[in-house]
Design a protein around this ligand. Structure first.
Ligand code: AMP
Length: 279
């Protein structure tokens, strides 16, 4: 496994990897790797000749009062995880390597990036879109693996890849959960035991909604009232949203017809958690 810090070396390594028709699988991450990331890496390993993982805590996607400085950066452990999972190349750039000056270009995806996370975290998806466009330009043609845990991010990425003809095939991977049902996240490390118990209200609420939908309830306001009661019973410090949306456009649904995504975001202590289930 090689660890590259520069854009130029990474471009060159990827060019070499594609020479002769080699397929490149790319997993973009912010590090603090857990089993959710590892599932993406393993899938990329199965489906490609070369696997590249980027580790970059992207300042552009954090708001001014968010956890950019506190975000965990366990570099040695992350590299050991990548080595163990058969990664070929880790692209681990510094902030000045990625942003030598303040970028003057913005990548804004209208519609899908506006509700839910977009409304709670202004500018977040512009920062995500900017860095993912940059990373896909650096890595070049590839299959890129994203988790459904961040379903709105996945929809945003699919939209700009399609609009901008970026030569990447986007592969969506299922959400990996801990045994208690909490979706794995690098931010779970911030939770005390008590906070973690309260955080479990989020997956419980989403699964209660999915179960009711499975029994035939189609009225979204009724489903959300049920979900909200389960959520409130867990006493989170705040509920940012609980909604049922179209998985591609993220428009709010009034009635279930086709596929729908039930999405929630809560805050417990100082930690903000998001999750979703497909119904
Ligand atoms: P992050 O490091 O949080 O930016 O996440 C990097 C990638 O891993 C994104 O595509 C996430 O959606 C994905 N990911 C994070 N947590 C999970 C999880 N629990 N299950 C599946 N994918 C995940």
């Amino acid at each position: 496994m090689i660890v590259l810090r520069s854009i130029a070396e990474t471009r060159e390594a990827m060019r070499d990897a594609r020479a002769g028709g080699g397929r490149v699988g790319f997993v973009p991450t912010m590090g603090a790797l857990h089993d959710g990331h590892r599932a993406l890496v393993r899938r990329a390993r199965d489906e490609n000749d070369t696997v590249v993982v980027s580790i970059f805590v992207n300042p552009a996607q954090f708001g001014p009062h968010e956890d950019l400085d506190a975000y965990p950066r366990p570099e040695e452990t992350d590299l050991a995880v990548c080595r163990a999972d058969g990664v070929d190349v880790v692209f681990h750039p510094s902030v000045p390597e990625m942003y030598p000056r303040r970028p003057l270009t913005s990548v804004r995806v209208s519609g899908v990036s506006e509700p839910l996370e977009g409304a709670c975290r202004p500018g977040h998806f512009d920062g995500v879109a900017l860095v993912v466009v940059k990373l896909l330009n650096i890595v070049g043609p590839c299959r890129a693996y994203f988790g459904r845990k961040d379903a709105q991010q996945l929809a945003v990425v699919r939209t700009f890849v399609d609009d901008l003809d970026i030569p990447a095939e986007i592969v969506a991977c299922p959400t990996v959960r801990d045994a208690d049902g909490l979706a794995m996240s690098s931010r779970n490390a911030y939770l005390s035991d008590g906070e973690r118990r309260r955080a479990l209200a989020l997956p419980k609420a989403l699964h209660a909604v999915a179960a009711a939908a499975g029994r035939g309830e189609k009225d979204v306001p009724s489903l959300l009232t049920l979900g909200r009661s389960v959520l409130d019973a867990g006493r989170p410090d705040a509920v940012d949203y609980l909604d049922c949306v179209d998985p591609d456009t993220f428009r709010t649904l009034e009635r279930l017809g086709g596929p729908a995504l039930v999405c929630g975001a809560i805050r417990v202590g100082g930690t903000r958690l998001i999750d979703n289930v497909l119904v």
